[in-house]
Design a protein around this ligand. Structure first.
Ligand code: 13P
Length: 247
């Protein structure tokens, strides 16, 4: 079985002013002795360059939360993957449910953004996850499989792609699926990726996201085919983020 290296990634969403650099610096110094887990923080676009410069040679990589599919052009207000690579990002989160909902992003859009990340030499962290209504209707698995089929481009490899399962109803709510439910979805995602990408799918990391906290991280990360977490609220504070990384 392929050994997949654990990744704990923090998504700061629309949080953090420049003064938050102090919190990021605390993460960098606190992470110095963490060896068995990759760490990443995705702050707002405005902080990427500053954080990436600070992180050089350190144990916390810097990512971004979105990008445009094109490299440049007349797209007011947008930021390209090339710009993010230039600023020092190493990965881009694409297809987060908040973008799918707030900005009407479809699987097609998400797929194009993942390809844009690769074009710029960055890793794509592709997010999927069902709504509460879909789970209640017994459709969680089929929704996730459909989103993976539609959002993950051909050409995905273990190195250029990470998948994050984030049930929409668990994001920011303090509620999480049962361990059995997380296992069911992650096993199915893994099988789907192996069926489509073979050995590359075998090595592709699968993160769980949605109300991951220091108190539940160890139990969630112990699930087979859970290779780490995508953390929102609890990634804003160095103490919590590092506790999750050590879980
Ligand atoms: P919370 O950890 O705040 O629930 O957010 C999860 C998330 O959306 C990470 O992308």
């Amino acid at each position: 079985m392929t050994q997949r290296r654990r990744l704990v990634a923090g998504n700061w969403k629309m949080n953090g002013l420049r003064a938050a650099r102090a919190e990021f610096d605390a993460m960098l110094s606190g992470a110095a002795d963490i060896a068995d887990c990759e760490l990443m923080i995705a702050p707002s676009f405005l902080l990427v360059a500053d954080f990436a410069a600070a992180a050089k040679g350190g144990k916390v990589a810097v990512g971004a939360q979105d990008c445009h599919a094109k490299a440049s052009g007349a797209h007011t207000g947008d930021v390209s993957a090339e710009m993010l690579a230039d600023a020092g990002a190493s990965a881009i989160i694409v297809g987060h449910s908040e973008r799918r909902t707030d900005h009407g992003e479809t699987d097609e859009t998400v797929k194009a953004k993942a390809e844009a990340a690769w074009r710029a030499g960055l890793t794509a962290i592709i997010c999927v996850g069902e709504t509460e209504g879909e789970r209640d209707a017994g459709q969680a698995l089929s929704v996730v499989e459909r989103q993976i089929a539609g959002s993950v481009p051909e050409g995905a490899t273990a190195a250029n792609t990470v998948i994050a399962y984030e049930p929409v109803w668990a994001i920011g709510t303090g509620r999480t699926p049962t361990i059995a439910d997380i296992k069911e979805i992650h096993d199915a995602m893994h099988a789907q990726l192996v069926a489509r990408f073979g050995g590359e799918g075998e090595g592709m990391r699968l993160l769980y996201g949605g109300s991951v906290k220091p108190g539940n991280a160890a139990e969630i990360f112990a699930v087979e085919n859970v290779d780490g977490g995508l953390v929102g609220g609890a990634s804003l504070k160095a103490e919590d983020f590092l506790a999750i990384a050590r879980a």
